[in-house]
Design a protein around this ligand. Structure first.
Ligand SMILES: Cc1cc2nc3c(=O)[nH]c(=O)nc-3n(C[C@H](O)[C@H](O)[C@H](O)COP(=O)(O)OP(=O)(O)OC[C@H]3O[C@@H](n4cnc5c(N)ncnc54)[C@H](O)[C@@H]3O)c2cc1C
Length: 500
C-alpha cells in the first residue's frame, strides 16, 4: 500500500483517486476550494439551480466503467442518466431550423433531408461514415492508451479519410474541419453544423485538423446524456461519493503550494499552511501553469516530449431564471448559429481575440423539476465561447449579446425574465484554478502534434498528471479516461498499455 497525494478534486483527479483506492492505496485528495468537481459547479438561488460547467455528457461509458471497476453499484443506480432527444436543435444563420434525433444516424439523415434538401442528409451520413473510420483509427491512442512514446506518429498522420477534391488541375484532400465542410458537405448550413462541434470545444474550425470529425461522431454514435435530478453536478457528486465509499480522504480548503522532491522522486506535497503531507506518489489534476509553480520552476517534462498546452478558449454563461413553465417538446439544447461565421471566427481567433459582436450561442433548457421552484418557472442557460482572460467592464453588455442571440430560439425570453446571473472566465478560473479561465480541448491527432497533450507520467519519479490538461485532454470523457490511465500507470508501472 502506497500513500498517494492527489492535487485537486476535479473529475479526472477523482476518477484516478477512486481507482487507486480500490487498488489498495491510501489516497488523500487536497482541494483548494470548499468543494469537489472543479469545472462541474452549480449556482443556486430562489429555488432555481443551474450547472455552471458542462450541460451535457458525451460518452457516458467512461464513467460507467469507473463505477463498474470501483464497486458493485452501477452508475445508473447513483444518478438518473437520460438521453436527450432531440440531441440538439440548430437555428442557422438563414433561419433554417432542424432538430436532430439522438444517436440515430438514419434519423439525423432524414431530419437533414427534410430541413435542408434531400442530398444534404446523404452527404452528412457519408461524412459520419468517414468520421467513424477516424474514430476507429484514433480511439485507442487518443483515448484509451497512455500517450505513445513515439507520439510523433500521431502528430504527423492525419487519420481522417478525406474525399479527393478536384480544384482546377489539382486534387486536394481536406486537412482542416472547415475544408471538410466546404469541400465534402458543400452546404453552408451543414458546414456550420460541423463547425459548431469544434467551436463548442473552443477550437477554430479553420485550423482544427480534419480528424476533429470525431467530436460530432462521438455525439451521433453514443448520444448526448443529461443527469436528471440536478444536472451534471450530480455526476460529480456520485463520483465524490464513490471515492468516499472507497475510503479516499478529502481535505477541502487545502491548497497545495509545492511538490516535495527527494533524489529525483516525489516525497509528498506542501500545503498552504506550511505542513507537508508525505506520499510515495503525487497525482496532479491541475493546469500546467499551476504545476510549474508547485514544482518551483523545475521542468517536469523533458525535451522530445509533447509540450503542455497552455491555451484554450473560455466560456461566457448567462443563467436565466424565467417565469412561465418549460413548454412540452422543448429541445434540451439549441445552437443558434452566428449570422456571420467568418466575422465570429476572426474575432475569437484573430491576433487580438475578443468576443464576437454576434456570437454562436448554445441555449440549454433541461426538463428537470429539480432545477426550478415549481412547474410555472424555467431555468435556462445561454453560453458562448469567448477568449480566455478578458473579463472587461462590459460584462452586462456581453451578456446582453448572448440573450439577444438566444431570443431567436426562445421568443419572449426577456418578458419572462425574473433575474439573471453572468458567469465569466474569471468564474471558471475561480472554480478550476486556471489563471485565465481557459478550458482544455480534447486531444486530436495530426496538426504537427499541436493538439496533443503531454503524457501522464513525468520526469520526476512518482509524479503523474491527470485531468483536462494532460493526455488525453479536456472534456468529461477524456478527463475520466485520464484517471483510468494514471491509475493503470501507478499500479502496473510504465508497461501499462491501456485499461479497455
Ligand atoms: C463552463 C464550462 C463548460 C464546459 N463544457 C464542456 C462540455 O460541453 N463538454 C465537455 O466534455 N467538457 C466541458 N467542459 C470541460 C470539462 O468540464 C473538464 O474538462 C472536466 O471537468 C475535467 O476537469 P479536470 O479534471 O481537468 O479538473 P478541473 O475541473 O479543472 O478542476 C481542477 C481542480 O483542481 C483544483 N486545484 C487547482 N490548483 C490546486 C492546488 N494548488 N491545490 C489544490 N487544488 C487545486 C481546483 O480548485 C479544481 O477543483 C467545460 C468546462 C467549463 C468550465
Amino acid at each position: 500500500m502506497a500513500r498517494i497525494a492527489v492535487i485537486g478534486a476535479g473529475m479526472g483527479a477523482m476518477a484516478a483517486a477512486a481507482r487507486l483506492a480500490v487498488a489498495g492505496h491510501r489516497v488523500v485528495v487536497h482541494e483548494r476550494t470548499g468543494t469537489y468537481g472543479g469545472a462541474l459547479g452549480r449556482f443556486e438561488r430562489d429555488g432555481f439551480s443551474f450547472d455552471t460547467g458542462p450541460g451535457l455528457l458525451p460518452l457516458p461509458a467512461v464513467w460507467r466503467d469507473l463505477f463498474v471497476k470501483t464497486g458493485k453499484e452501477p452508475l445508473e443506480s447513483r444518478v438518473e442518466l437520460v438521453q436527450v432527444d432531440p440531441s440538439s436543435r440548430h437555428v442557422f444563420a438563414d433561419g433554417t431550423e432542424v432538430s436532430l434525433p439522438n444517436a440515430s444516424r438514419a434519423g439525423v439523415v432524414a431530419a437533414l433531408d427534410a430541413a435542408l434538401g434531400p442530398a444534404a442528409g446523404q452527404r452528412w451520413g457519408d461524412f459520419l461514415v468517414r468520421a467513424r473510420e477516424t474514430w476507429d483509427r484514433t480511439r485507442r491512442p487518443l483515448l484509451e492508451e497512455p500517450l505513445w512514446p513515439n507520439w510523433e506518429v500521431l502528430a504527423e498522420r492525419e487519420p481522417y479519410p478525406a474525399v479527393p477534391h478536384k480544384r482546377l488541375l489539382r486534387t486536394r484532400r481536406a486537412g482542416t474541419l472547415a475544408e471538410v465542410g466546404a469541400w465534402e458537405l458543400r452546404d453552408a448550413r451543414l458546414a456550420a453544423l460541423l463547425e459548431s462541434h469544434a467551436l463548442a470545444y473552443g477550437l477554430d474550425p479553420r485550423t482544427a485538423p480534419a480528424n476533429s470529425a470525431v467530436l460530432p461522431y462521438m455525439e451521433y454514435a453514443f448520444g448526448m446524456w443529461y443527469v436528471r435530478g440536478g444536472g451534471l453536478r450530480e455526476l460529480a457528486r456520485a463520483v465524490y461519493e464513490r471515492c468516499l465509499a472507497r475510503r479516499v480522504e478529502f481535505r477541502f480548503g487545502a491548497e497545495v503550494t509545492g511538490i516535495v522532491e527527494k533524489d529525483g522522486r516525489v516525497a509528498g506535497v506542501e500545503l498552504a499552511e506550511g505542513a507537508v503531507a508525505e506520499a510515495e506518489f503525487v497525482v496532479a489534476g491541475v493546469a500546467p501553469g499551476v504545476l510549474d509553480r508547485l514544482c518551483g520552476g523545475s521542468p517536469v517534462r523533458g525535451g522530445g516530449e509533447v509540450p503542455p498546452r497552455r491555451d484554450g478558449a473560455s466560456r461566457l454563461t448567462v443563467l436565466l431564471a424565467l417565469r412561465g413553465g418549460r413548454p412540452q417538446g422543448t429541445a434540451h439544447r439549441t445552437v443558434v448559429h452566428a449570422p456571420d461565421r467568418d466575422a465570429e471566427l476572426d474575432a475569437l481567433f484573430g491576433a487580438a481575440p475578443r468576443m464576437p459582436s454576434r456570437p454562436t450561442v448554445t441555449v440549454v433548457r433541461p426538463e428537470d423539476p429539480a432545477l426550478v421552484p415549481d412547474a410555472d418557472h424555467e431555468a435556462v442557460t445561454v453560453s458562448s465561447v469567448v477568449p480566455a482572460g478578458g473579463d472587461g467592464p462590459d460584462r452586462e453588455d456581453r451578456a446582453e449579446r448572448l440573450v439577444e442571440a438566444a431570443e431567436r430560439a426562445v421568443p419572449g425570453l426577456r418578458d419572462r425574465l425574473l433575474w439573471h446571473e453572468v458567469r465569466t472566465p474569471a468564474d471558471v478560473a475561480a472554480a478550476t484554478g486556471v489563471a485565465d479561465g481557459a478550458i482544455p480541448v480534447p486531444a486530436l491527432a495530426g496538426a504537427g502534434g499541436r493538439l496533443l497533450h503531454p503524457a501522464n507520467g513525468t520526469r520526476t519519479g512518482g509524479l503523474f498528471t491527470v485531468g483536462g490538461w494532460s493526455h488525453p485532454g479536456g472534456g468529461l470523457p477524456h478527463a475520466g479516461m485520464s484517471g483510468a490511465l494514471v491509475a493503470g500507470l501507478v499500479v502496473e508501472g510504465p508497461e501499462f498499455r491501456g485499461s479497455r
